[in-house]
Design a binder for this molecule. Structure first.
Ligand SMILES: NC(=[NH2+])NCCC[C@H](N)C(=O)O
Ligand SMILES: [Mn+2]
Ligand SMILES: [Mn+2]
Length: 303
């Protein structure tokens, strides 16, 4: 049986809105471990990683808090790599989305060493594909996709001594806020993007079928879920909300289709901001979605 290892990374150093640092505890209070155990999974909570606080500094050379972001990502990388090496399924509880540089770099290194195919599904309102040259904010949580593809500060884009991902290994889903130069980055790299218009036009089922094409038993599937992918009316507890997001039903369908494919091997749940939440509802929603991702279904379904 798979052991799910919960890794808390209580930091918001990659963001300018404070509060995502409280994400791991909000997920614990919403009963994340109990919910997953209820599905028959083995769950261990590895506790919280440690790292520097948020200096709330102004951008320098196009980014803010690079040293702190590198420190946190090294810790996330080490914890993720150790869990994968033990044959566990690491579930990163963020924290802001800059932490996916560490978690996905660990996954990529793990896959390279084993000759495994890798697919990352990145659920987000944003493309997170800025570089220090193009970022309007200097916030590194707007840069992880570019870093993972080898662009951006060396300490992050080469966290493990090489580029983590090839453009064909990632697909973005739920996107609706892309900065002008990010648009060019996404187009030039030929990144697979299912923006909200595509989801409106094709429907979520067709979008997920396309995103999962070629994902099979030999594929390591990583889900990086930014809570702001969802519509702020159902998920208010996020720092960079954008209207017109995924509905509750659309997101449930995604999670159920991901569970059906049976390839999930690691995940991030990031950008949950309890300081902006209403009675912990966004954390409870996250736990609800994670249950579906890990196989909860309404009926017994033939496989
Ligand atoms: N992970 C996130 N919530 N990212 C928001 C990024 C917003 C904007 N594109 C920026 O670069 O600042
Ligand atoms: Mn994001
Ligand atoms: Mn986002």
């Amino acid at each position: 049986m798979t052991t799910v290892t919960l890794i808390g990374a209580p930091t918001d150093v990659g963001a300018s809105v404070l509060g995502a640092s409280m994400g791991p505890d909000a997920l614990r209070i919403a009963g994340i471990a109990r919910a997953l155990r209820g599905l028959g999974l083995q769950v261990q909570d590895a506790g919280n990683l440690h790292g520097p606080g948020n200096p709330q500094a102004l951008p320098q050379d196009g980014f803010r808090h690079l040293d702190e972001v590198v420190h946190w990502n090294r810790a996330v990388f080490d914890a993720g790599a150790a869990a994968l090496a033990r044959g566990e399924l690491p579930l990163l509880m963020g924290g802001d989305h800059c932490l996916a540089i560490g978690s996905i770099s660990a996954v990529a290194a793990h896959c390279r060493a084993r000759g495994k195919r890798l697919k990352v599904l990145w659920f987000d309102a944003h493309a997170d594909a800025n570089t220090p040259e193009t970022s309007p904010s200097g916030n590194i949580h707007g840069m992880p996709v570019a870093c993972l593809l080898g662009h951006g500060p060396h300490a992050l884009s080469q966290l493990t001594g090489g580029t983590a991902l090839a453009a064909g290994e990632i697909a973005l889903i739920g996107v609706r806020s892309v900065d002008p130069v990010e648009k060019r980055f996404v187009a030039e790299h030929g990144i697979e993007v299912y923006d909200m218009r595509t989801i409106d036009e094709l429907g979520m089922r067709a979008v997920m079928q396309a995103a999962l094409e070629g994902v099979d038993g030999d594929t390591h599937l990583h889900v990086s879920f930014d809570m702001d992918a969802m519509d702020p009316s159902v998920a208010p507890g996020v720092g960079t909300d954008v209207r017109g997001g995924l509905t509750y039903r659309e997101t449930q369908l995604c999670m159920e289709m991901l569970a059906d494919c049976g390839c999930l091997a690691s995940a991030d749940l990031v950008e949950l901001n309890p300081a902006l939440d209403v009675r912990n509802q966004t954390a409870e929603l996250a736990v609800d979605l994670l249950e579906s991702l890990f196989g909860k279904s309404t009926l017994m379904r033939p496989r």
